[in-house]
Design a protein around this ligand. Structure first.
Ligand SMILES: Cc1ncc(COP(=O)(O)O)c(C=O)c1O
Length: 364
């Protein structure tokens, strides 16, 4: 699905040198490499603060801890996302309140959010799924009206834009993941919180450092969540190439969509909101008449594919709080979706080859 090694070999010398430099510096925790990367991300995203941490999951947890989310609080989110989004809400004892998706974009249906708001709602946590930004204009409008915090789960969307603004810079806070397969991937775990709010930034930094502003004085409950200097050095090498890599993904997505568009009776292609500039973390189609024959055909041909996500979060055992039928668009997507390879190394010939096999599998 992702050619992480192919990408490494393209930049091997630069990356190897950066890693060696950290090893030889003896500065393994925080320090200049992490600071440099935080500053580079601030500039790239156009945000006042970028706080590196150990993973995207931690980044989400830090945002929720920063606004003191407690048991009984409700956080509005989508059931069609990776478990980390809900996991962090549940870990703090709060309740995820789900809203069905818009079947065109797979993102939370913003027009159904307001009816889920109660006196216990603290925040709206939209996910820019597969790299396509959510309608942040509408979400911010709803949040302002009801005095709620907006946390963008931008784990899959670094470099994507909504109405010309970078995802990660539009809500009150955002969470980023540098998991190796992400558009900007480290060689291990890594994450980041971004915000334009000075006070929140200070609180997040403190929480990520054991709740401590001064060594061995702990004024609030915290965690240990740091980005390794080696990962920061690798990400410093990679960040300047991100736009180029995202453009390769955009081109591959266009090739897929162009080929599939003529077969709408069998295949729904992901729709792009005219205000959004997605960076295609995943390219996912809906196989209206069932995906099993296509999966079997791609498997036989050795073509990678995956299902993001087979079980919606309201039906997962760990968070079971719903029943089948609660979120019809989410459940339909979970049963019919199929993601095809898309990454920084893919060529249009490869995308055409893969799309051709999908059509062959359908007898088209
Ligand atoms: C939407 C979403 N949120 C959060 C995360 C968590 O990120 P990490 O794996 O870095 O903890 C991921 C990672 O896959 C994700 O896709």
């Amino acid at each position: 699905m992702v050619d992480v090694l192919g990408q490494y070999y393209r930049y091997q010398e630069e990356i190897d040198n950066a890693v060696l430099e950290v090893v030889r510096s003896g500065k393994y925790i925080n320090g200049p490499y992490v600071q440099r990367f935080e500053k580079a991300m601030q500039d790239y995203l156009g945000v006042r603060h970028a706080i590196a941490c150990a993973s995207g999951t931690d980044a989400l947890q830090l945002t929720l801890m920063a606004i003191d989310v407690k048991p009984g609080d409700e956080i509005i989110t989508t059931p069609f996302t990776f478990a980390a989004t809900t996991e962090t809400i549940a870990l703090l004892g709060a309740t995820p309140i789900y809203v069905d998706i818009d079947p065109n974009t797979f993102n939370i249906d913003v027009e159904q959010i307001e009816e889920k708001i109660t006196s216990r709602t603290r925040a709206i946590l939209p996910v820019h799924l597969f790299g396509q930004p959510v309608n942040m204009t509408r979400i911010n409008e709803i949040a302002r009206k009801h005095r709620l915090i907006v946390i963008e789960d931008a784990a899959q969307a670094v470099g994507a834009k909504w109405e010309g603004k970078m995802a990660c810079s539009i809500g009150d806070m955002a969470a980023i993941s540098f998991y190796p397969s992400k558009n900007l991937g480290a060689f291990g775990d890594g994450g980041m919180v971004t915000t334009n709010d000075d006070k929140l930034a200070h609180v997040i930094r403190t929480i990520a450092n054991h709740g401590s502003e001064r060594a061995y004085y702990h004024d609030r409950l915290g965690v240990n969540s740091r980005l390794d200097a080696i990962q920061a050095a690798i990400l410093n090498v990679k960040l300047p190439y991100l736009d180029e890599w995202n453009a390769t993904r955009v081109a591959a997505a266009a090739t897929y969509s162009e080929i599939f568009a003529a077969h709408s009776e069998h295949i729904s292609i992901p729709k792009v909101d005219p205000h959004a500039e997605p960076i295609w973390h995943q390219y996912s189609i809906i196989l209206k008449k069932g995906r099993e024959p296509v999966i079997a055909y791609l498997k036989a041909a050795g073509i990678p594919h995956n299902i993001y996500y087979p079980v919606p979060l309201h039906l997962q055992k760990a968070y079971a709080q719903g029943k089948k039928g609660d979120f019809p668009h989410t459940e339909f997507a979970a049963e019919h979706i199929l993601s095809l390879p898309i990454h920084s190394e893919i060529t249009s010939t490869e995308a055409e080859f893969i799309a051709g096999h999908v059509l062959e599998a359908l007898g088209l």
